[in-house]
Design a protein around this ligand. Structure first.
Ligand code: ZN
Length: 318
């Protein structure tokens, strides 16, 4: 049964022969993704019409409708520790379908600006995401469904990360086999090479910061079968004390160079600045295409931002 379902999945998803890494041992929660892992005991569930009346093909279609959505991001949100050992990341299905802003500014993330007329306005963070969409309920019904459908959860969603902190956190929270089953990924960020922690700008900081761009790119190289990888990046930030034009070449190189060795069938990098020829000469050949797009900034909520990273971009002298 498992091999039939596996072949059917490949056929339905249009994928080529699996390039999954060698199986982990001892087996993890990702056991259905391992061809060589002996199946645990599973009931045939013939009392259920799902298995008694339906062949694998319509069952797979049902799983795809329930678990995946190619049109709406599956946002991965950072959660602050709650002292109860909860996971550091949560998921949230996109609800802000018409946003013209950078995708890290979606209303989905819950931030807002609180305004008390005549007194103050303040950026209000959303420290924890509680999701009640029951996304995993079907998978948790029985081992048979889990074995047939787990792969679909990771293959048929667009995993969306903002800033970059969420990506290593999410990767660290799931078994490697599940991580490498991801097929579609989007990262949205405002990329600036430094973060001063200026108290005067404290309400201007964005929801996430980049811990290390190079590390994130290294982790993206681990994904063997990425169908689509997209970025929307604000390379020109809004910091009044950062001379973008002076550092433009170094900044763009620090963004683009680590992307060179990542592979995806569709690999698109959207930037809010044009890439000068001098940068192309240094960075080509590349596997990605670029798009120039200046999205409006949601001044009403975020006003400004300072994300930092770029280990190889100098911090400008003050
Ligand atoms: Zn959203």
């Amino acid at each position: 049964m498992a091999s039939v379902i596996r072949k059917l999945r490949s056929k339905l998803s249009g994928s080529k022969k699996s390039t999954a890494p060698a199986p982990e041992w001892p087996p993890s929660a990702a056991w259905p993704l391992q061809d060589t892992f002996p199946q645990p005991t599973m009931n045939q569930q013939l009392h259920s019409p799902l298995f008694r009346k339906l062949s694998p093909e319509p069952r797979i279609l049902i799983y795809q409708v329930v678990l995946g959505d190619p049109e709406r991001y599956l946002h991965i949100c950072m959660n602050e520790p709650d002292g109860r050992g909860a996971r550091s990341v949560a998921h949230f299905r996109r609800i802000d379908m018409d946003s013209p802003f950078p995708t890290w500014q979606h209303k989905c993330f819950g931030e807002e600006r609180v305004v008390v007329p005549g007194k103050y306005s303040a950026f209000k963070e959303h420290p924890r995401t509680e999701t009640d969409d029951k996304l995993l309920a079907l998978l948790l019904t029985c081992r048979l469904i889990y074995s047939e459908a787990l792969e679909i959860l990771y293959r048929d969603n667009v995993f969306h990360f903002r800033g970059g902190l969420g990506l290593p956190a999410f990767r660290g929270s799931i078994p490697k086999l599940q991580w490498t089953t991801i097929r579609h990924l989007h990262i949205s960020t405002a990329y600036t090479p430094f973060y001063r922690g200026d108290p005067l700008l404290i309400e201007h900081h964005p929801p996430d910061t980049l811990p290390n761009w190079n590390k994130i790119c290294e982790q993206l190289k681990e994904l063997p079968s990425l169908q689509s990888l997209r970025f929307d990046i604000m390379a020109r930030g809004r910091e009044i004390n950062y001379p973008f034009d002076k550092y433009k070449t170094d900044l763009l190189m620090s963004i683009l160079r680590p992307l060179k060795d990542i592979h995806a069938h569709i690999f698109e990098v959207e930037l809010n600045v044009e890439i000068p020829n001098e940068v192309w000469k240094l960075v080509r050949p590349v596997n990605f295409t670029t798009v120039l797009k200046e999205r409006p900034f949601n001044e009403e909520v975020f006003r400004a931002n300072t994300l930092h990273d770029a280990t190889d971009v100098p911090v400008p002298a003050t």
